[in-house]
Design a protein around this ligand. Structure first.
Ligand SMILES: [Zn+2]
Length: 87
């Protein structure tokens, strides 16, 4: 089953161990194949490419809210956004 993480800043999704329903591979997101899209990042099984994890990217409001709550990664992302030209 594919797990979708709606809140990028929720702790633990990187370390969570997933079991591939297709080939029984087990591991965390760091061992998976990562594919970056505009709206989301997809992690798939390194053995059979079954999609295991979909991380929805936070919108600006979510980044700002997390930064305001003290999330270090969100603060760094806001700094990067402040330097980037607006699309
Ligand atoms: Zn697999």
């Amino acid at each position: 089953m594919t797990v979708t993480v709606h809140d990028y800043y929720q702790p633990g999704w990187r370390e969570h161990t997933h079991t591939c329903p297709s080939c029984d591979w087990q591991g965390a997101s760091r061992q998976m194949e990562m594919e970056l899209h505009d709206e989301q990042t997809e992690y798939s099984c390194p053995q059979c490419e079954f999609p295991l994890l979909i991380i929805q990217h936070p919108d600006l409001a979510a980044v700002q809210a997390a930064a305001a709550a003290g999330n270090v990664e969100a603060r760094q992302q806001l700094e990067i956004l402040a330097m980037a030209p607006r699309a």
